[in-house]
Design a protein around this ligand. Structure first.
Ligand SMILES: [Zn+2]
Length: 372
């Protein structure tokens, strides 16, 4: 059997960059993944995978292994926001854009790494490796829509890796928060503001008092909360009869999150009561916290590969979620790994070619290293 070291040395930076640029050239703002889905179906099946796509659009590409175990490698095909016509520029070993759009390294750097890995495995059929289930989701940037609706019973992976985080190469995201979306509606009473304001109940004022009474921002080491928008009212001369606040809260600690949500709810109900308004407080869990211990397989395998490449392991607690939150919640323990992307979701998004290459080498090593 060939050694994995051999395969790692075959990671081809030029080919990897070419693949990445070709993927970036296919517009795929979240919710519009048809074209990139077709492109990826073709590429993964040309490289020996069996493809299936669910009703939502999530792709699963299975590459048969030489061993009994099965590993999940997760990426997403959509990009954040609505940017299209992305024009990448390479400068001093860094891929960025002209500054008018995002780059889409989130998550096409992860996908390009998967395609490079597959290219190498496909060309070296004597290298031992597990069966790989590449899961490429849609709607990740719309609140993990794709992975949330995914039926994982058709997967046989027992552990996995999510190639979808920023941070230094060598980072292993082992702990992610629960995220809750908040929709808070206040109903007061409309009235003519000039003629009979005393007949009205000002819903915007209630919302303001509620916000003022809420703990917001960084609550503690594990917990954050935000009210991001407030809308309401109709005209300057009408006492506003309704107001709506949209917000979110996240915590790595479920009980701290529950306490924070209670505090926000009480602030809203207290303000509504004082003014005789009614309040509707909706908290929707978007994804749930997970924590993978150092002793668990995905962490161990990732750390082993990272160290084998002479890189330091950085255990990372993330402030956001990935599709990995759903895989963990549905029973496939996963950690998330850095792809080299920086400033994702911003027009300053970029990626150093060396980092993208090293992230790919980590994945190649994980897949081809000797089983423990
Ligand atoms: Zn992403």
């Amino acid at each position: 059997m060939a050694t994995s070291t051999l395969l790692v040395d075959q990671v081809d930076p030029d080919r990897l960059v070419k693949t990445f640029l070709e993927l970036v050239a296919v517009d795929s703002p979240t919710g519009h993944e048809e074209e990139i889905g077709r492109e990826l179906t073709k590429r993964f099946s040309d490289l020996g995978c069996t493809l299936s796509q669910d009703d939502v659009g999530n792709l699963v590409a299975v590459y048969p292994g030489t061993r009994d175990d099965t590993v999940l490698i997760s990426t997403h095909m959509d990009t954040a926001g609505t940017d299209v016509g992305i024009k990448p520029i390479i400068e001093d070993g860094v891929i960025k854009t002209d500054g008018s759009t995002i780059l889409g390294a989130d998550d096409k750097s992860g996908i390009a790494g998967c395609i490079e890995l597959l290219t190498l495995l496909h060309a070296s059929p004597d290298v031992e490796h597990p069966t790989i289930e590449f899961v490429i989701s849609v709607g990740e940037e719309s609140g993990l829509l794709g992975s949330r609706q995914m039926d994982l019973s058709r997967l046989s992976a027992t552990y996995g890796f999510v190639l979808d985080t920023a941070g230094v190469i060598g980072a292993i995201t082992y702990w992610a928060p629960t995220s809750v979306y908040l929709t808070i509606d206040i109903v007061g009473k409309k009235a003519h503001a000039g003629v009979e304001p005393e007949k009205g109940i000002n819903a915007v004022k209630v919302a303001g008092e509620a916000i003022a009474a809420m703990p917001l921002g960084r609550i503690d080491e594990e917990t954050v909360a935000n009210i991001g928008t407030i809308t309401g009212g109709e005209a300057r001369n009408i006492v506003p009869g309704q107001a709506q606040m949209l917000g979110m809260a996240r915590s790595h600690d479920q009980s701290k999150l529950d306490a924070q949500l209670d505090a926000m709810r009480q602030a809203v109900e207290g303000a509504a009561q004082r003014h005789g308004a009614t309040a509707d407080f909706q908290a929707e869990e978007i994804y749930r916290t997970y924590k993978i211990e150092e002793t668990e397989k995905p962490y161990r395998e990732a750390a082993r590969a990272i160290e084998a490449l002479g890189i330091e392991v950085f255990p990372r607690k993330s402030g956001g979620g990935t599709d990995g939150n759903f895989f963990n919640a549905k029973g496939i323990p996963c950690v998330a790994l850095a792809t080299g992307m920086v400033d994702e979701h911003a027009t300053s998004e970029h990626i150093a070619i060396d980092d993208m290459v090293m992230a790919c080498k980590i994945m190649v090593t994980i897949v081809t290293q000797e089983p423990e």
